[in-house]
Design a protein around this ligand. Structure first.
Ligand code: GAR
Length: 209
């Protein structure tokens, strides 16, 4: 039995690439489809180069009605019989109906140590705030903005000279390890919500994951 993954992207797709390179086709994990809200997303080319099916779901083609777009996107995802939906630089808020539809099966990577610096431009927000420690979070997606239960986090110290470009580089290096690791953990059945506290995610860490 394979563990079927969809990835949603809006732009460059370097996190998608990390998943394709590090987990796709290994240990039963298959990236079965990649969707984007933008036809020009470079991530679509990366998926195609790996032989993965792609599709574009632009709200503009649904008269700007994002909820309707999300229904169509949800139908497409459901048709693939997915175990996990990964938001990897997907830069639109998904409708509450969509989130409920994939509840417990949808995760996101965010370039800050949540709950600090939610939303867009998280790295810029952190630098403007003058933080000394930055980081990356992989979390479940719920109906809020970057507010779902935290699955994995990794911090790093910022040099005093840190600018946006250098910080982005450090963030990406961490993301490209953390997100594939999260997918592997899900595929091995190691991730579950704490029945005692739904904010907490229990992870059965294993040496081989
Ligand atoms: C990543 O740094 C990701 O954390 C961020 O967008 C970038 C996408 O890069 N996501 C968010 O800010 C979501 N709020 P990529 O397209 O090269 O993977």
């Amino acid at each position: 039995m394979s563990f079927r993954v969809a990835v949603l992207v809006s732009g460059e797709g370097s996190n998608l690439q990390a998943i394709l390179d590090k987990v796709h086709g290994r240990g039963g994990v298959e990236v079965v489809c990649v969707g984007s809200n933008r036809a020009t997303a470079r991530g679509l080319e990366r998926a195609q180069a790996a032989g993965v099916e792609t599709a574009v779901f632009d709200a503009a083609e649904h008269g700007g009605d994002r909820a309707e777009r999300d229904r169509v996107l949800g139908d497409w995802l459901d048709a693939h019989g997915l175990d996990l939906v990964v938001l990897a630089g997907f830069m639109e808020i998904l409708s509450p109906e969509f989130i409920r539809r994939f509840q417990g099966r949808i995760i996101n990577v965010h370039p800050s140590l949540l709950p600090a610096f939610r939303g867009i431009h998280a790295i810029e927000q952190a630098l403007e705030h003058g933080v000394r420690v930055a980081g990356v979070t992989v979390h479940f997606v719920d109906e809020g903005v970057d507010s779902g239960p935290i699955i994995l986090q990794q911090a790093f110290e910022l040099p005093y000279s840190a600018d946006v470009e250098a910080t982005e580089e450090s963030v990406h290096a961490i993301e490209h390890e953390l997100l594939p690791r999260a997918v592997r953990l899900f595929a091995s059945g190691a991730v579950r919500i704490d029945p005692e506290n739904p904010r907490r995610v229990l992870i059965e860490e294993r040496a081989d994951v």
